[in-house]
Design a protein around this ligand. Structure first.
Ligand code: IVH
Length: 667
C-alpha cells in the first residue's frame, strides 16, 4: 500500500473511533480541536488524492442523531454546520476572503455559539407546525411533541408581521442549574450521570415520553431564520424581529464593521461566558446582509458567509501519580486518576476521571506521565492526552485495568456490549453491601435516621452485614461503640420501629433491586400486591406491566433467583416490614379516576403533594407533570404558577381545588 493510502486509512480509522467514543459512548478521549484538526488533515488528503475517495469516509457524513421511534422528515433547507477555527489568524483569513469575494463594504454579526443540540422549527400562519432535529442534515426526527414542552418556545407568535411560512433554527439547551439538579437526582436514583448539558439536552429531546421532557426544564435560544419572504434584508434585522415575535434571541448579538471590534467581542465573552446560565463553546461570525450571504453561498457542508471560533477548552498539564479503582454500590468499577495538584479554571484539580478500560488503553497511559487535563462542559475534569515527548526513555509501567475487585479480590466481569467492568460479588463485596444499606435507610426509602458514617461503623463493628441485620440491633450493641449514648441508640430504635409502617412500594424501592427506582417500585407494587407474588412473577407477567421492559424484568427475576436475597426478604417480613399492599389501601382502591389525567400545581393545606399524587394513582388516575391537551384537571393549591394558569385557560382545562378533588373521590 502506498504511503498516502496508509495515512488516509489511519486517519479514517482514528476518526471513526473518536466519532464512536463521542457519539455513542459520550466519552471522547481527544479534544474537539484535535478531532477537527484530524478531520481537516483527512479532508486535505482526500482532496489532493481523489482516487482514494470513499463514500464511507468520516468526512462524508455529518454525525447523525436519527433514532428509530420518531417519524423522520426531510428538511426544507439542509441543516449545515459551520466551519470551525481556533485562532485569530483563521478569523483574519475568513475576513479577508470575504473582502475579496464581496468586493464591497459589509457588516459582521457576532453571536455566541451555544453548546446544546440544534433544532429547526417551522411556523405557518404564526403557529408552530413542526420541530425537527438535525438528524443527518437532510432528514431529522420530528420531535414536535417534546419541543412543545419547552416553555420559552412560542406555540403562537406575538404581534404580526411574521411571514406566512418560515423556519427558525436554534439550540435546545439545558441550563447549568437544571443540569446539576437532574444529575443530583440521577445519582440518588442510581442512574448514570449526564456528562455535560449538551448530552443531557439531546438525550432529553429524544425521550419518547414528553412528560419526562417537560420535567427537565429545557430552554432554547434562536439564531437563524430561513424562508422565501423574510421581512428584512439583514440577518440582524430578522433576528430582532424574531425576538419581537416571542423567540428567545439572545441580546448579546452585536454588529461590527471592523475586525478589531470582533476581537474585542471574543476577548470579552471568553471570560464573561462563565457567568451565563447555559453552556457556550465559541463565537459565531456571520455576514449581516442576506444579499451578500447569497452571493457568498455555501460549500457542501457549510456557509461561506459564516464561521465559528471555538474557545480554547481550559487545559492544564500535570503528572499522573497513581490510578485508583473505585467500586460503586452496584459493583461498577471506575478508574480515577490521582494527579499532582494543578490549578485549572480557578480550582485545584487533584483527580480526574478515566471513564473505563478502553479509554485508558486508548490514551496509552503510563504512571508518571505528564498528562493534559481538561475541563470542558464536564463536571469532573478528564485526561485528554499524554505529553509523550516528556516520557523518559525507560518509561514507567503502563497503566492497566485491574482484573480483580480491589475490595474483595473477585475476578471482574464485563457485560457484552458494555464498557464497564463490574464486581459480581454482590453479597460479599464491602462497598456494595454498605452502598445497599445506605440506600435502604434514605429518606425516600425506609427513612431510618442514620447516615453513611454510621452505616460504615455498624458494618465494621460486625453488627450489620445486610439490611435485615438493622432490625436485630440492640441498644446494648450500640453502646459498645464509640460516639453512641443511650439517647442516640434509643433514637435509632424508634426510627427502626417507625420504618415498619413504611408502605410496601417504598420497601420495594428500598431493597435496591437494580433498575427499580421509585416509579418502577410503584408500578410493580400495584401489579403484584405482595412480595411473594412479585418473587414468583414470570418474565411475561412482568413485561406486561406498564413501563416494565425486558431489562427491568430480568433484573427482578435475577434478584429473586438469589437465595441470599430471598432469605433476607423473608427475614424482613418476619421483622414486620410491609411486604404487601395494605388491606386498607386495597379497600380504598377504586377506578373512579380511570382514564383521567390530573396535573398537580401549587401548595396545599389538607394533604401533601405526594399524598395527592398517591390518591390519584390509587383511584386509577394518572398524575402528569405538565399541562397539555391530554390534561383533564388541574388540582390547584395556593400559588399556582401563572404560566400553568395561562396554559390551562388556553387549553380549556378545568381547575379544581382540594375540596372539589376530595369530593370527587368520596362520591
Ligand atoms: S448558525 C448554516 N449560530 O453550531 C449554519 N449555529 O456547527 C447555521 N450553533 O449546527 C448555524 N450557536 O447547532 C449558528 N449562534 C449560532 C450558533 C450555532 C450554536 C450550533 C448549531 C450548528 C452548529 C454549527
Amino acid at each position: 500500500m502506498g504511503e498516502i493510502k496508509v495515512r488516509i486509512k489511519k486517519l479514517r480509522d482514528e476518526l471513526e473511533l473518536h466519532n464512536y467514543n463521542y457519539y455513542v459512548l459520550s466519552a471522547p478521549v481527544i479534544s474537539d480541536r484535535e478531532f477537527d484538526e484530524k478531520m481537516k488533515a483527512l479532508q486535505i488528503l482526500e482532496e489532493q488524492y481523489p482516487e482514494y475517495a470513499d463514500p464511507h469516509s468520516p468526512t462524508q457524513r455529518v454525525g447523525s442523531d436519527l433514532s428509530k421511534e420518531f417519524v423522520q422528515v426531510a428538511h426544507r433547507y439542509p441543516m449545515l454546520s459551520l466551519s470551525n477555527t481556533y485562532s485569530e489568524g483563521e478569523i483574519r483569513d475568513f475576513y479577508e476572503r470575504t473582502v475579496r469575494l464581496l468586493n464591497e463594504p459589509f457588516e459582521i454579526v457576532a453571536e455566541l455559539k451555544y453548546d446544546g443540540t440544534s433544532i429547526s422549527l417551522i411556523y405557518e400562519d404564526g403557529k408552530l407546525q413542526r420541530a425537527i432535529t438535525r438528524g443527518d442534515g437532510t432528514r431529522g426526527d420530528d420531535v414536535t411533541a417534546n419541543i412543545r414542552t419547552i416553555h420559552s418556545i412560542p406555540l403562537k407568535l406575538r404581534g404580526n408581521g411574521y411571514p406566512q411560512l418560515f423556519e427558525i433554527r436554534g439550540e435546545v439547551l439545558l441550563p447549568w442549574a437544571e443540569f446539576d439538579r437532574i444529575n443530583k437526582e440521577r445519582e440518588e436514583q442510581e442512574e448514570p450521570l449526564f456528562a455535560n448539558p449538551r448530552n443531557a439536552a439531546s438525550g432529553t429531546l429524544k425521550q419518547q415520553n414528553p412528560a419526562i421532557v417537560a420535567s427537565r426544564k429545557l430552554d432554547a435560544y434562536f439564531y437563524y431564520l430561513l424562508g422565501e419572504e423574510l421581512p428584512e434584508e439583514t440577518h440582524y434585522g430578522n433576528l430582532s424581529l424574531a425576538r419581537d415575535w416571542g423567540f428567545k434571541v439572545p441580546d448579546v448579538v452585536q454588529k461590527f464593521d471592523t475586525l478589531e471590534g470582533v476581537f474585542n467581542y471574543i476577548d470579552y465573552w471568553n471570560v464573561e461566558r462563565k457567568n451565563l446560565p447555559v453552556a457556550t463553546d465559541g463565537i459565531v461570525l456571520k455576514v449581516n446582509d442576506l444579499r451578500q450571504q447569497r452571493n457568498l453561498g455555501f460549500t457542501a457542508k457549510s456557509p461561506r458567509w459564516a464561521i465559528a471560533y471555538k474557545f480554547q477548552a481550559e487545559q492544564a498539564v500535570t503528572r499522573l501519580n497513581t490510578v485508583s479503582f473505585q467500586v460503586g454500590r452496584t459493583g461498577t468499577v471506575t478508574p480515577v486518576a490521582n494527579l499532582e495538584p494543578v490549578l485549572l479554571a480557578g480550582t485545584v484539580v487533584k483527580r480526574a476521571s478515566l471513564h473505563n478500560a478502553d479509554i485508558i488503553a486508548g490514551l496509552d497511559l503510563h504512571y508518571g506521565d505528564m498528562v493534559y487535563v481538561e475541563k470542558g462542559g464536564e463536571i469532573i475534569p478528564k485526561i485528554v492526552g499524554v505529553e509523550v515527548e516528556s516520557r523518559p526513555a525507560a518509561a514507567n509501567e503502563k497503566v492497566c485495568f485491574i482484573q480483580n475487585c480491589p475490595e474483595c479480590e473477585t475476578p471482574l466481569v464485563r457485560l457484552e456490549g458494555e464498557a464497564a467492568y463490574y464486581c459480581p460479588n454482590e453479597s460479599g463485596c464491602p462497598p456494595q453491601i454498605k452502598g445497599r444499606i445506605e440506600h435502604f435507610v434514605t429518606r425516600r426509602a425506609m427513612n431510618i435516621n442514620i447516615g453513611p458514617e454510621t452505616v460504615e461503623d455498624l458494618y465494621e463493628a460486625g453488627f450489620v452485614k445486610n439490611v435485615a441485620d438493622l432490625y436485630t440491633l440492640k441498644v446494648q450493641d450500640l453502646l459498645t461503640m464509640e460516639r453512641w449514648a443511650e439517647k442516640s441508640a434509643q433514637n435509632l430504635m424508634d426510627s427502626l420501629r417507625e420504618s415498619l409502617t413504611v408502605p410496601y412500594e417504598r420497601v420495594l424501592y428500598a431493597l435496591g433491586i437494580r433498575y427499580v427506582g421509585e416509579t418502577i417500585a410503584k408500578r410493580l407494587a400495584s401489579a403484584f400486591h405482595s412480595i411473594d407474588l412479585l418473587a414468583e412473577a414470570s418474565f411475561e407477567a412482568l413485561t406486561e406491566v406498564d413501563e416494565i421492559g425486558d431489562r427491568i424484568a430480568e433484573s427482578v427475576i435475577n434478584y429473586f433467583s438469589n437465595d441470599l436475597n430471598r432469605e433476607m426478604v423473608s427475614r424482613l417480613k418476619e421483622y414486620g416490614l410491609q411486604m404487601a399492599v395494605s388491606e386498607e389501601l386495597l379497600a380504598n382502591r377504586s377506578e373512579k379516576l380511570k382514564g383521567v389525567t390530573i396535573v398537580i400545581s401549587g401548595t396545599f393545606s389538607k394533604y401533601s403533594r405526594d399524598e395527592y399524587k398517591n390518591m390519584i394513582e390509587q383511584h386509577g388516575g394518572k398524575n402528569s407533570g405538565s399541562v397539555s391537551g391530554k390534561t383533564d384537571y388541574i388540582l390547584a393549591g395556593d400559588n399556582m404558577g401563572p404560566a400553568k394558569l395561562e396554559k390551562a385557560a388556553k387549553l380549556g382545562v378545568k381547575i379544581i381545588g382540594e375540596e372539589e378533588f376530595l369530593n370527587m373521590l368520596s362520591e
